[in-house]
Design a protein. Structure first.
Ligand code: ZN
Length: 272
């Protein structure tokens, strides 16, 4: 089955991973800006990273037969230094115009500090000032509910926000309803152990339905699996769900989500 992986860190994946993903049916990936395994020492490092996501990774993916799209932003792990963040945010407008960029992301909270919130407000403002879609990272484990709540409160306070152009990612059982109820897209990340396994994600589909739900591998530096979406497809089939429902989750939903960006030009091979 053809599928999208709407949130995957291709920069941390090998060429072999990309070939395998394509073989399993991956046609489009979305790569949000993220942490590169170390805190960057200057704004030039971000500049080069944004070039990597808009120039090099699209070529690597294209060689495997996969279309690559990117999100520009400053991740929450490096958002604590507000002055530095401001310099990075100033880099964004030029990159947001690049042809494979869908919007601002992933942005959000990590430890939910006051400085992180200040940086987040700057990033949201940069996105809304140029009518960009936004992709939000929500914190891990014990901070998940609190951080998600804080992000949703910030968004609710800004009248410029159109929920249909926002995705709250890394949702779990205790946060997915918050995102969906407010009209946002909800991303579920399929990790082998933390975040949500394919089985737990299937449970969530059975509880909340497929509307505005996205599934992704997020495959990055930690234990993660670039074939997590195909694993989810297999899990859903084992449970007896029809291919029409599965296809909606792994193909039609991300297509509708990405299509809101004028930069998205993927032409489906068959009618959807
Ligand atoms: Zn990510």
């Amino acid at each position: 089955m053809d599928f999208f992986d709407p949130h995957i860190h291709v920069a941390s994946r090998t060429t072999d991973d990309l070939a395998l993903m394509a073989k399993m049916g991956c046609v489009v990936v979305g790569e949000p800006a993220f942490w590169m395994g170390y805190d960057r020492g200057g704004v030039n490092s971000f500049h080069d990273y944004f070039r990597q996501l808009t120039e090099w990774e699209p070529k690597r993916c294209a060689a495997a037969g996969i279309e690559h799209y990117a999100w520009m932003g400053l991740n929450a792990k490096e958002a604590e230094n507000v002055g530095f963040a401001r310099e990075v945010i100033a880099e964004l407008p030029a990159f947001l115009e690049r042809p494979n960029v869908l919007g601002v992301g992933e942005i959000g909270l990590h430890k939910c500090t006051r400085n992180e919130v200040t940086t987040l407000l700057g990033l949201i403002d940069a996105a809304l000032a140029s009518s960009q879609m936004m992709l939000f990272h929500t914190p891990h484990l014990e901070d998940k509910y609190k951080g998600t709540r804080m992000i949703l409160d910030v968004l609710a306070d800004d009248r410029r926000v159109d929920p249909a152009r926002v995705c709250i990612d890394h949702c779990e059982e205790h946060t997915i309803r918050l995102a969906l109820e407010s009209g946002y897209w909800a991303g579920v990340t399929l990790y082998p152990t933390t975040k949500a396994t394919p089985e737990r994600t299937a449970d969530m589909v059975e509880m909340y339905g497929p509307e505005r739900l996205l599934v992704n591998s997020s495959a990055d530096w930690g234990p993660s699996n670039p074939l997590a979406v195909p694993e989810f497809i297999a899990t859903m089939r084992r449970r007896g769900h029809p291919d029409s429902l599965i296809r909606r989750l792994v193909y039609e939903n991300p297509l509708a989500w990405f299509r809101q960006s004028e930069h998205f030009r993927f032409a489906p091979a068959r009618a959807t």
